[in-house]
Write a protein that binds this ligand. Structure first.
Ligand code: SUG
Length: 446
């Protein structure tokens, strides 16, 4: 029985824009207010999905959420027709309209934490949608994400999809961006590394928010029925957070036996690596690829997003492939490091560079755009086939994007009520394409 790791990518939404909404995310701050290109953003995302599907990897698609999200605006007291709600929010509470319009749900790494069936006590895959409570514009994602995961993984004999943790600061959870799984083989019990920026009830004095709590991670490990011997809780270093690593996946990525990380990623590197070795317990020998600040200064790691690469077991290849953002070739220290990395005989054999520049300008690299899902043969057969990428789906989605997405979206156009109507028409059609039924979105349910 072959167990593989699939990638489910978030499809970029029609309202992709640069709102400057995420304190601590340096790219988001730097590009605030720029004119965005939603069509190009979505096509870049689809091209990445196609690239991996063509290589023989299993690739899934997660649908964008409806935006602007009228329930948030109505909840905040705006009334009248949809157009009236948008018009009054645009004049009275433009920041709220921006939050309600964000397409941040495209970053599927933040959608959920997933524990493969090989790790859980009941032999089912467990997924917990993230509550994303730290940022207003992301705190509205959780329920729709849970619905999307249920659509992708409908069979309850194989999959348990949990609702987000309580939407409270103690349980602040940002999904798989702070979660790494190491293993000998995808289908063998792994070591799950949960990373946090802070502990509940304690706000470290930092320039930027620490988004994940240890208590959220502990709750998730319990919920998923993980064996405590195979679980590690590690703290992010404050230095990393202050340098712009708002999620651990900005400075660390792992796959199979390999952990690739910056030396400033963890609060206590020695203890974290020792904990991983102990948890692996001879089942596999972890391979640590630690990058020094001398080779790659933390600032360059954050600008280039070197560690926000996908680390992938490539069909037919012995060593892992790093799918890195094209920006890595534009940061001299990182470019030099990349050459050195693949010239050695370590676990990473090759690098592929991909262009996801529209997403990168909001702090979302190749790894942010995907949610990893380990699937056995039987689980794979139980997935919604309409959400799996192939040549036909790629063509259909490309045409769909070209028909419905605006080429440009200047910030002022978020106030245009036509954008909402365009979204509804497009998402209705998408439901048919991805087999989501006709009551998938709140607007469809009335
Ligand atoms: O939560 N950006 C996202 C980027 C998420 C990246 N994900 C991972 N690292 N896994 C965030 O900060 C910016 C939106 C704006 O400013 O318009 C934003 O939400």
């Amino acid at each position: 029985m072959a167990t593989i790791e699939a990638n489910y990518d978030g499809l970029v939404g029609l309202t992709h824009n640069y709102g400057g909404l995420s304190a601590g995310n340096l790219a988001s701050a730097r590009n605030t207010g720029q004119v965005s290109h939603p069509r190009q953003a979505a096509l870049q995302g689809l091209a990445k999905m196609k690239f991996l599907a063509d290589a023989g990897l299993v690739q899934g698609v997660l649908p964008p959420h409806e935006r602007p999200f009228l329930p948030l605006l109505r909840n905040a007291g705006f009334t009248g027709s949809d157009a009236q709600v948008i018009e009054s929010a645009a004049t009275q509470a433009p920041a709220l309209l921006k939050a309600a319009s964000s397409s941040a749900n495209m970053w599927a790494a933040n959608a959920a934490i997933i524990s493969p069936s090989a790790d859980t006590s009941d032999g089912r895959m467990h997924a917990s949608a993230a509550n994303l409570v730290t940022m207003l514009h992301r705190s509205i994602e959780g329920p729709q994400t849970a619905r999307a995961l249920r659509a992708a993984f409908p069979d309850t004999n194989h999959f348990t999809i949990h609702e987000p943790l309580p939407a409270q600061d103690s349980f602040a959870d940002e999904g798989a961006a702070n979660h790494v799984r190491l293993c000998a083989e995808h289908g063998a019990p792994g070591v799950e590394l949960f990373v946090h920026g802070r502990e509940a009830g304690f706000t470290p004095e930092l320039k930027f928010p620490a988004r994940q709590t240890r208590e959220a991670n502990q709750a998730l490990a319990r919920r998923h029925g993980l064996n405590s011997n195979n679980v590690i809780f590690a703290a992010q270093s404050h230095t990393a957070i202050e340098a712009g690593a708002f999620h651990n996946d900005v400075v660390c990525v792992g796959a199979k036996t390999c952990l690739f990380f910056h030396e400033n990623a963890f609060a206590n590197t020695t203890a974290t690596l020792e904990d991983i070795r102990r948890a692996a317990n001879g089942r596999f020998e972890p391979q640590f690829v630690q990058v020094s600040a001398e080779d790659v200064p933390l600032r360059d790691a954050v600008t280039s997003y070197l560690f926000n690469s996908m680390l992938v077991e490539w069909p037919g290849e012995e060593r892992l492939v790093l799918v890195a953002p094209a920006e890595c070739r534009e940061t001299p220290s990182v470019e030099r490091y990349c050459e050195k990395l693949v010239s050695g005989n370590g676990p990473i054999g090759r690098i592929e560079f991909v262009d996801v520049r529209q997403s990168m300008r909001n702090g979302g690299g190749p790894a942010c755009l995907r949610l990893r899902v380990v699937l056995t043969d039987a689980e794979r057969a139980a997935c919604n086939p309409d959400m799996l990428m192939n040549a036909a789906l790629y063509t259909t989605l490309t045409r769909w994007v070209e028909k419905h997405y605006r080429e440009e979206l200047p910030p002022a156009d978020l106030a245009d009520p036509a954008l909402l109507a365009e979204g509804h028409i497009a998402l209705d059609k998408l439901c048919a394409i991805l087999g989501l039924g006709s009551n998938f979105y709140p607007f469809q349910r009335g």
